[in-house]
Design a protein around this ligand. Sequence first.
Ligand SMILES: *[C@@H]1O[C@H](CO)[C@@H](O)[C@H](O)[C@H]1NC(C)=O
Ligand SMILES: *[C@@H]1O[C@H](CO)[C@@H](O)[C@H](O)[C@H]1NC(C)=O
Length: 122
Amino acid sequence: MASIFKLLSLTLVLALVFQAYGDCSLSDISIRHYETHDYAHGMPVWKVNITNNCICTQSQEKLNCTGFQSYLGIDEALLTVSDTECLVKQGAPIYSSESVIFRYAWLPKFQFKPISSNIACS
Ligand SMILES: *[C@@H]1O[C@H](CO)[C@@H](O)[C@H](O)[C@H]1NC(C)=O
Ligand SMILES: *[C@@H]1O[C@H](CO)[C@@H](O)[C@H](O)[C@H]1NC(C)=O
């Protein structure tokens, strides 16, 4: 009886460990800014690198874009800007270690913050 109980709790612990390992969250999305030394209409151009550091695919990746502006047109295939939200790659999957790179021009640089995504571990 006691050994069955031990086995059950061991299984539970292992399940939790594997879940924690396999689980990804929004914090696995890294957003890096690089200075380009280019200017568009007098505004500095920034290169943004959004990378999925999760071992799982993330799709429907939305960023908080409240107040975001750019003097440089942004490729809609990479980033669709609406009022308060930006959608990365039009919601298409961003695979593990995949980076989405785009440029924008504004001062100061804008702190994009991930709001939500769909995480699919296979
Ligand atoms: C984007 O960031 C990732 C993760 O840090 C890095 O491996 C990759 O080289 C970067 N890509 C570019 C073009 O800067
Ligand atoms: C987005 O950012 C704005 C300004 O920082 C904040 O007021 C708002 O609550 C944020 N929205 C979400 C969904 O995080």
